[in-house]
Design a protein around this ligand. Structure first.
Ligand code: DMJ
Length: 663
C-alpha cells in the first residue's frame, strides 16, 4: 500500500480523479451536444454560414456553446464510485474523446498542473514531486520486500515443523527427506538469508542446530557430492561466518553461536572434501566423498562434471584466507589452472571431464546443467581476487571473455516469429546440429539418476534449465559489479563489454517471457524455441495473451518448476547494474505467481508438476535453494542497493555472498 500522498502530489493526480467522478449521463449529453456543434462547425461551409447568419442565430449558438462548456467543466459532488466502475467510465470517456476529435480537445479545460515558475526557479520545484515520487516508490518496494521476508519465514516454519535437520521438506506429506547426504542442507542454505533479512528467530534456530548437530553429522554421514556439499553447506557456513562478524572477531547479530563455530565446522567439512582432490591421479577431483571414512570416489561412469569441478574455488579460496591454511585454495585452483591448458571450442567446453586422464570427455557443449557454473566461476573467481586480480589471475578473465565470444558466435539465436534471443546447445559438438533449447538446469541427484540410465554424452535432451543464470553473469563480467552509469563515466566499458551487457538484457527478457508465457506465470524447467529449422505445434505455455506464445515450445516432460532461482538472480544483478526498474517489476510478477501457486498453507512451498495448467499439481518438495537463493534474490532485488554491493561481494553459485579480497 502506498502511503497517502502529500498535497502537491495529489494535485498532480487531480485531473484523473475528477474524470472518474463525473456523472456518466452528463458526459454523454455533453458529448451529443458537442458532437452536433462540432460537426456543423467543421463542415467546409460553416465559416461562411456564420458570417452571413443573423445576430439572433449567432447569440443562440453562443448560448449552446456556453452550456456545453459548463457541462464539460462542472465537477459534480463526490459520490462513491468503485475502482472498477471508475475505470469503466474512464475507458468510456477516453473512447468519446478519441472520436470527437480536435474541437473537443480545444474546448476542454486543461488539466490542473503544478504552478509554473519562471525558468530560473523551475529546476527546484520540478524536483520536489520527483523526490516525493521516489520516496513513494521506495515505500512500495520496501513493502514488497517485507512480503518476501514473510514468505521466507513461512517456508522456514514448514521446514522447522516437519523436517528440521533433514535436507529438504516435503510440504504436502509434512515430513523431511535426505536427498543431499543428510547434513541438514536447508538449515545451512537458509542461514545467511535469515541474517540478511534480519529474521532473528531463524538465525537463532538454524545457528543452534549447526552448533549442536552438524559436526556430529559430518563425522557420521556417508556419501556426499563434492559440488553440492561445497556450494550449499560449506558456502552457507562461510557466508554465515562473514555476515555474523567472523572477521571482526565478534558476533554482530547477537543471535546464534559465535562465528568461530561456523568456521570450525566449515574446516572439519572441507578437510574431508579435500580428499576428492588429493585422491585423484590428476588435478581434476573425484565427484563424491564418503564423510565418515573419510574417502573419495569416482562417479559410477568414472567421469566428473565440468561445472562441478570448477565450481568450488570461491569457497575454498575464502576458507584459506580466513583460516590461514593455503591447502584448500591450492587444491581447488589447480583445477582451473589445468583446464586453462585444455583444448576448447572457441572457449567453450564439453560438460564431462575425466579425473583419470584429466581430459574432457565427449563433445556435448551447453550452458545448462553440468556446463553452467564453469563460466560463472571463471569471472567470479577472478573478481574475488580484488586488487590482486590483475596479477596471476588474468587468465581466468581471458578464458571467460573467450568463452562469451564463443557463446555469441556459436550458441545465440533468435526465435520466430518475435525474435526472442536465446542460448541453445551443441549436443554433438561444433560440427553437430544446434539444439534450440534453454533450461533452468538440473544438477545433482536427479541428473545423476538420469545419467546412469543413459549412454553418457548421447542425450541431446538431457534436462537443462539453468541458462537463465547467464544474464547476471554477463552483466557482472561487463561492469565488474559497478553500475553501468558509473562504469561508463569511468570509461571502463570496452565494446565487447557493451555487447555482453546487451546480450544479458536480451536474455533476461527471454527468461522473463518463459514465465509470462505459461498459465501460472511460472517457467517450465526446459523450453525450446521456434526457429526456421525447429518447430512443433500445440506445445505452448497456455497463456494465449502472451505475445510469445508461438515462440516458446514447452514439451510435456519439461513442464515442472522446482522453485529455481536463476532468473530472479539475473533480474537482481541486472537491476543493480542497469538501475532499470523494469527488472523489479518483472521480479514482483514472478514472486506473486510463486505465492499464488506454490505456497502450502500448513508451511513451506512446493515444486510443481505442470506450469501450463491451472491449478497446477504440486510435487511435494521444497528445494533448499528456494530459501538459500530464490527468496534471497527477491529480497535483495526489492531492497536498498547498498546491501551486499556487487563491487564488494561475489555470490557463490548457491547465492552465499563472500567478500571480495581487500574490499
Ligand atoms: C543451485 O543449487 C545452484 O544455483 C547451482 O549452481 C545450480 N542449480 C541450483 C539451483 O537451480
Amino acid at each position: 500500500m502506498s502511503k497517502s500522498l502529500p498535497y502537491s502530489m495529489k494535485d498532480v493526480h487531480y485531473d484523473n480523479a475528477k474524470f472518474r467522478q463525473r456523472s456518466f449521463v452528463k458526459v454523454n449529453v455533453s458529448y451529443l451536444i458537442l458532437r452536433v456543434i462540432t460537426q456543423s462547425l467543421l463542415t467546409s461551409n460553416t465559416k461562411h454560414d456564420c458570417i452571413s447568419c443573423s445576430t439572433g442565430k449567432f447569440l443562440a449558438l453562443l448560448m449552446i456553446f456556453g452550456m456545453a462548456y459548463l457541462m464539460f467543466t462542472h465537477k459534480s459532488a463526490p459520490h462513491s464510485v468503485t475502482q472498477g466502475q471508475a475505470e469503466g467510465i474512464n475507458k468510456e470517456v477516453k473512447g468519446i474523446s478519441d472520436s470527437s476529435g480536435r474541437f473537443e480537445r480545444f474546448w476542454r479545460k486543461p488539466p490542473r498542473l503544478p504552478p509554473q515558475l519562471p525558468p530560473d526557479e523551475k529546476g527546484s520545484i520540478d524536483n520536489i514531486p520527483h523526490e516525493l515520487q521516489k520516496l513513494n516508490t521506495g515505500s512500495k518496494w520496501l513493502d514488497r520486500q517485507q512480503r518476501v521476508k514473510k514468505a521466507f519465514i513461512h517456508a522456514w516454519s514448514g521446514y522447522k515443523m516437519y523436517a528440521m535437520g533433514y535436507d529438504e521438506l516435503m510440504p504436502l506429506s509434512q515430513r523431511g527427506v535426505d536427498g543431499l547426504g543428510g547434513l541438514g542442507a536447508t538449515v545451512v542454505d537458509a542461514l545467511d538469508t535469515a541474517l540478511i533479512m534480519g529474521a532473528e528467530e531463524v538465525v537463532s534456530e538454524a545457528g543452534l542446530w549447526i552448533e549442536t548437530q552438524l559436526s556430529d553429522r559430518i563425522s557420521k554421514k556417508g556419501q556426499v557430492n563434492l559440488f553440492e556439499t561445497t556450494i550449499r553447506v560449506l558456502g552457507g557456513l562461510l557466508s554465515a561466518y562473514h555476515l555474523s562478524g567472523g572477521e571482526q572477531g565478534t558476533n554482530l547479530t547477537h543471535k546464534g553461536p559465535k562465528p568461530t563455530v561456523y568456521l570450525d565446522t566449515a574446516r572439519d567439512l572441507a578437510d574431508r572434501l579435500l580428499l576428492a582432490f588429493t585422491s585423484s591421479p590428476t588435478s581434476i577431483p573425484f565427484s563424491d566423498v564418503v564423510l565418515h571414512d573419510p574417502s573419495a570416489h569416482r562417479a559410477p561412469d568414472g567421469l566428473s562434471s565440468t561445472a562441478e569441478v570448477s565450481t568450488v574455488q570461491l569457497e575454498f579460496n575464502y576458507l584459506s584466507s580466513i583460516s590461514g591454511d593455503p591447502r584448500y585454495s591450492i587444491e581447488a585452483m589447480k583445477v582451473l589452472e589445468h583446464i586453462k591448458d585444455l583444448p576448447k571450442v572457441e572457449g567453450l567446453v564439453p560438460i564431462y571431464i575425466s579425473p583419470d586422464s584429466g581430459e574432457f570427455s565427449g563433445e556435448n557443449i551447453r550452458l545448462g546443467s553440468r556446463g553452467d557454473s564453469y563460466y560463472e566461476y571463471l569471472v567470479k573467481v577472478w573478481l574475488q581476487q580484488g586488487r590482486n586480480r590483475d596479477g596471476n589471475f588474468t587468465y581466468l578473465y581471458d578464458m571467460y571473455e573467450e568463452a562469451m565470444r564463443g557463446v555469441r558466435h556459436l550458441l545465440v539465436q533468435k526465435s520466430i516469429p518475435n525474435g526472442l534471443v536465446f542460448v541453445g546447445e551443441l549436443p554433438y559438438g561444433p560440427k553437430g546440429s544446434f539444439s534450440p533449447k534453454m533450461d533452468h538446469l538440473v544438477h545433482g541427484a536427479f541428473s545423476r539418476l538420469v545419467r546412469k540410465s543413459c549412454v553418457v554424452n548421447a542425450r541431446p535432451d538431457a534436462p537443462i534449465i539453468l541458462v537463465c543464470f547467464l544474464p547476471g553473469t554477463l552483466a557482472l563480467g561487463a561492469t565488474k559489479g559497478l553500475t553501468k552509469e558509473k562504469a561508463m563515466k569511468k570509461n571502463l566499458l570496452k565494446f565487447e563489454d557493451l555487447e555482453n551487457l546487451k546480450l544479458a538484457e536480451d536474455l533476461a527478457k527471454t527468461c522473463f517471457e518463459m514465465y509470462s508465457v505459461t498459465s501460472t506465470g511460472l517457467a517450465p524447467e526446459i523450453a525450446y524455441f521456434h526457429t526456421k529449422e525447429y518447430s512443433e505445434q500445440g506445445l505452448d505455455g497456455g497463456n494465449k495473451n502472451s505475445k510469445f506464445v508461438n515462440d516458446i515450445i514447452i514439451k510435456h516432460a519439461d513442464r515442472h518448476n522446482l522453485l529455481r532461482p536463476e532468473t530472479v538472480e539475473s533480474l537482481f544483478v541486472l537491476y543493480r547494474i542497469t538501475e532499470d526498474p523494469k527488472y523489479q517489476e518483472w521480479g514482483w510478477q514472478i514472486f506473486e505467481a510463486f505465492e499464488k501457486y506454490t505456497k502450502v498453507d500448513s508451511g513451506g512451498y512446493s515444486s510443481l508438476d505442470d506450469v501450463t495448467v491451472v491449478p497446477p499439481h504440486r510435487r511435494d518438495k521444497m528445494e533448499t535453494f528456494f530459501l538459500g537463493e530464490t527468496l534471497k534474490y527477491f529480497y535483495l532485488l526489492f531492497g536498498d542497493r547498498s546491501i551486499i554491493p556487487l563491487d564488494k561481494y561475489v555470490f557463490n553459485t548457491e547465492a552465499h555472498p563472500l567478500p571480495i579480497q581487500g574490499s
